[in-house]
Design a protein around this ligand. Sequence first.
Ligand code: MN
Length: 738
Amino acid sequence: MKNFTQAEIRHIEDVYQDLLKDLRGKFDEGRIDRIERAFRFSNAAHDGIKRKSGEPFIIHPIAVARIVAVDLGLGATSIVSALLHDVVEDTEYRLSDIENMFGERVARIVDGLTKLSGDFDSRHALTLKKMLMTLSDDVRVILIKIADRLHNMRTLDSMKPHQKIKIAGETLFLYVPLAHRLGLHAIKSELEELSFKHKHPEEYEQIHLMLHNQEQKRNYLVNQFIKPIEEKLKQEYFECTVSHRLKTSFSIWRKMQKKSVTFSEIYDILAIRIIIKSKPNISEKRQCFDVLSIVTDIYKPKPDRIRDWITTPKANGYESLHVTVMGPEGHWVEVQIRTDRMDDIAEHGFAAHYRYKDIRTFENELDPWIEQIRELLQANDSDAFEFLDDFKLNLYATEINVFTPKGDMISLPQGSTVIDFAYEIHTDVGNKCIGAKINMKLVPLSHVLQNGDQVEILTSENQVPKPEWLKFTVTAKARGKIKNFFKLEKNKHIELGKQTIEEAFLVEKEPLTSNNLKKLIAHYNLNNKEQLYSEVGMGFIELKDVKKIIGVKSESKLVKYWNITFGGGNKKKADEEESGEKIDRKKTFVLKENQDNITFSLAKCCNPIPGDPVVGYLGSDDHATIHKIGCPELAKFLANQGDKIVKAEWTKFKRQSYLTRLNLEGFDRLGIVNEVTNVISKGHNINMRSVKFDTHDGIFKGDLFLYIHSADDLQQLIARLKTIKGIENITRVENLDE
Ligand code: MN
């Protein structure tokens, strides 16, 4: 230790001794000795290196080891690995050194952790794929990785603002769902809170302030509510702690966002938790139900709101009994009832199972899940982001158990439909599925399965997957298979379309130039060549009048001009610019339609129209996808691939119109439909594709698909529609799926 001051060396020693204090008594001398060796080695390897905060780097691995030992309750091998986790990544030492000194198991875990590192690298979706592959080898790698992330989040303050936002975004995106799936409730909540704090500091402060302001009143209400329960429990000789649990500020905020409500409109900020010190010789389930009956003797339960996670625990191991009752002030209050063992598992998930020597049953539960991941990774060659989306669906799902006709049990996420079940059995069964018999009754593909259903799949040789199936598939497996099917189909169509176009040009004796193709693209209102090929290939476009279309003078068919500035984005581009001819980088770099370097298409997720604020996401081959700023899909890219975002601006737009969807809502009255259609048809530059009106109990709803030229035109139209009596709400709907 040559490169630190005496004070720093003392500080390191203190922090390490604190860790040892937590370990003594839990581990024998031999294990403590291994941990000691790992610390000394790691300390020497990281000698003189500091973190951004100015602290010696070694403080970080020690802190991670402590989370691994205390919060996760893992063993000596994991603690040793945690102490060594950044050695290969950040110092001269190699994996073989680790293997020689600490054995093969530790080396394998450190290797997994090294491969998953690179906090600022832009391929996070791929990282997740890798992560899941490692997960199926050794769960400890993921657990240590989560501990690593937790400590990094706790010490995020010294990072630059944009790094904070990026790391926080990534944490919400990857680590929170994983922590959830592994049942690490306490860590998951802390990660969420820390991410929220750094991503939205103002909102975080606000919510904390509001929670603080309510504290007195809340405590009063809680005490009032709890008192009769506590008295009764005492009479019945139950030893319990009754406490209350606040929703985290993150989940309050999320609910405010999701449901567009204010802080004061959230009623379930509070839940009451009764933790029973379980008596021997009586089943834990019995005791919990006895307490439930005491509670519902005092407060009236909400019908259908008793959740029994004891008889069938959640997939991540959670056990508890939930009931919602009417509290004294006329608010519904959730009461959670569980034993101390169940509570430990609820808070610490995997780690608690470990403590209760229950690890084998938990791994048995985890096994099918890991098996699913493995299958998914093998089957799925779709792009990493799509995979991620599908996968995340399954991370959050609670499970139901259904049965095959032979009585085999299959676990599926809640909300799964017949089609999910079919793909779970076999890809061919899924592809050819036309419906099912459930408990002897005939049901359609979209039918949602219930716990305990016995499902017999019906197939037909003539069946093929349909795009709308994706609307009611839940499992990543089924979604992957269906998408795969379409990808293959799409490629076939593109090939076919390409041939058809080539032949058409041949017949007309016209040259197949990119300019001519662009005229076709503009004529049919498409975004790019690929779309043209596939629409032709699928037979949606009949190629007629090719001569006439490409005969149009190109000036009048000028469709789009783009400004694309590489504002601090794509590094490679910037370097090329510098090394090549001198270009003033401050000046806007203009790319016109017929300058072929950047092609673009409009993102399907948010369907921008000219005038909307937009940015581009630069994919391979300099192809940019244009998203609206504020598009949630884009947010994902921002979090993970910020370097691929390029500025984009509309400059000129002519002749091209864009499909846009509006939803109207209001009070029904005579003639309102007429007025709406009148306003639209009088509007310049607007064409209706379809309009659908619906009235129900005096509420009027309209779903409009319009062709519109620009955001200005749209704003004007909305303003005019708003003047119609009875119309209360007009929203632009970004999703164009009908
Ligand atoms: Mn680390």
